[in-house]
Design a protein around this ligand. Structure first.
Ligand SMILES: C[S@@+](CC[C@H](N)C(=O)[O-])C[C@H]1O[C@@H](n2cnc3c(N)ncnc32)[C@H](O)[C@@H]1O
Length: 391
């Protein structure tokens, strides 16, 4: 990841514009972590500064990452030059900076909450990796709107670039946890869901994409007679998934072993060279699901005095059913403004964000938290916790 190390940083007065970046404010926590808010090319994110030995390490904050790594590289270079840092290590030098082109097919959650209204049938691929299968399908089926969901930034950028080069215009790519995004889609709107070679997560099974909940959400969003296709090289994951599918009261499942598809992914090629077995479980949805209200982003109705929060803050974990809230840290921006660092949601697919108290408004940052059932429960836990603190 782009970063640089320096012995000294001469902090500027905020807000300040330098190069292509607006540096809006600095937030510091009691745990020696400093965040600098950057706004650049309509992207908003934090740089993180931490003391490591006698040096400062300056890099991108993991919770608020920009859509493309070039924006982070540019912000780091602007910050380094603004603060007159003499970098003792750096991987953000000009020769390593790629073209700052915004990829057409790369979308954020705001696009899906505000602008997305496709008349086309949707097919979705979860964890598309190299994108070989996704792009193959998109070229074969131009009348279908594909949504590719990935959490690995380099794959997102690589596939976005290929789609631009090959002028593929029926794919949208999104950096989001597919398990959460599924709750966002309308009932009976999806023609196919591909989950090819998901990470088996043998040691952290709670992180697996396939789960009882994911299967039920897939049934809700799939049209009648449409399919969820799981393909895996892992015996363990195959057995686990089959068990999860069989928890359904009624199911139409097909199982194949070593079935060849018309396109082989990068992973698949590797497993085939190693002569590993490959399993497919295809679930045909037989249900028409009831329409549900589309879920939106969560916002706050009330504001709480940050000074009171600051006084009484302590690291807190709250639980309600399958949802939790962990208030991990507090950051000060100025006398009246600051933020909380939280993780929350279902323990199997937790999210992380900041809660920003600024200009007498309260908002999540990044402002992309969807009203999933687990997130809403956690949001209520947070509101109750805030109310209690200020009372
Ligand atoms: C083993 S790779 C397989 C990639 C591709 N499907 C293939 O066959 O080559 C699994 C991919 O799933 C992505 N992934 C894992 N969990 C995910 C999630 N919850 N939502 C979206 N993508 C996820 C990973 O980042 C990784 O790129």
């Amino acid at each position: 990841m782009p970063n640089f190390k320096t012995k000294e940083i001469t902090m500027p007065n905020f807000p300040v514009r330098f190069g292509d970046s607006d540096f809006e404010y600095l937030a510091s926590s009691g745990k020696d972590e400093i965040l600098v808010k950057v706004s650049q090319a309509s992207e908003e994110f934090f740089l993180q500064i931490r003391k490591k030995g006698d040096k400062f390490l300056v890099k991108g904050d993991k919770i608020s990452r920009p859509s493309q790594v070039v924006f982070l590289q540019q912000a780091l270079r602007d910050f380094r030059d603004l603060c007159q840092c003499e970098a003792t290590f750096s991987n953000i030098e000009p020769q390593k900076i790629k073209n700052k082109k915004r990829y057409r097919v790369l979308k954020d959650i705001d696009f899906f909450t505000n602008d997305f209204n496709s008349n086309k049938e949707i097919w979705m691929e979860v964890g598309f990796g190299s994108g070989r299968h996704l792009m193959h399908q998109a070229k074969l089926h131009p009348h279908i709107q594909f949504i590719g969901i990935e959490i690995h930034k380099p794959s997102l950028e690589q596939v976005a670039k290929l789609c631009d080069i090959e002028s593929i215009d029926n794919i949208f790519l999104l950096d989001y946890d597919a398990r959460i995004f599924l709750e966002f889609l309308k009932a009976n709107s999806v023609g196919k869901i591909f989950v090819h070679f998901p990470v088996p997560w043998d040691k952290k099974p709670q992180r697996r994409v396939i789960s009882n909940e994911f299967i039920n959400e897939s049934i809700r969003v799939l049209k009648k007679e449409s399919k969820l296709e799981l393909r895996t090289d892992s015996d363990n994951y195959f057995n686990y998934s089959l068990e999860e599918f069989l928890k359904l009261n009624r199911a139409n499942l097909q199982v194949h072993k070593n079935q060849n598809l018309e396109i082989s992914s990068k992973y698949e090629d590797r497993w085939k060279r190693q002569e590993k077995d490959i399993y497919d479980i295809t679930m045909v949805n037989e249900e028409d699901s009831a329409d549900t209200e589309p879920i939106r982003k969560i916002s706050f109705d009330s504001y709480y005095d940050f000074n009171l929060i600051k006084e009484k803050f302590s690291n807190t974990i709250e639980q309600e059913g399958d949802s939790f809230l962990h208030v991990e840290d507090i950051f000060r921006i100025n006398d009246d403004a600051g933020m909380l660092k939280i993780s929350f949601g279902a323990s199997s697919k937790n999210e992380r964000a900041y809660v920003l108290f600024l200009d007498k408004t309260l908002q999540y940052f990044p402002d992309n938290i969807l009203q999933t059932k687990a997130n809403l429960k956690a949001h209520n836990l947070l509101n109750n916790w805030l109310k209690e603190i200020v009372s």
